[in-house]
Design a protein. Structure first.
Length: 83
């Protein structure tokens, strides 16, 4: 795992249940404000259930992609009270 990926995962691991962050907010939190697409690409490859990447959404409020399917992402966010 690269340092860049580790920094992203560390931020995302700290998103509390029922809360979300945008890809841009995660990018800013790691000190790379223009790397929001790279954040999405890294999270798309995540298969570690300890990294709740379903809590990262698009800037326009839409849920965005999820490597386990958009319906599951929406269901998880709904169960957590985030949407």
């Amino acid at each position: 795992m690269t340092e860049f990926e580790q920094r992203i995962y560390n931020v995302v691991k700290n998103i509390k249940r029922g809360q979300t962050m945008t890809y841009t907010e995660v990018a800013k939190a790691i000190g790379r404000p223009r790397a929001y697409r790279a954040v999405g690409n890294v999270l798309n490859k995540n298969h570690d259930l300890n990294v709740p990447c379903h809590r990262v959404i698009r800037n326009d409020g839409k849920i965005g992609g999820y490597n386990r399917g958009g319906k599951l992402k929406q269901k998880l966010l709904h169960q957590e009270g985030a949407i």
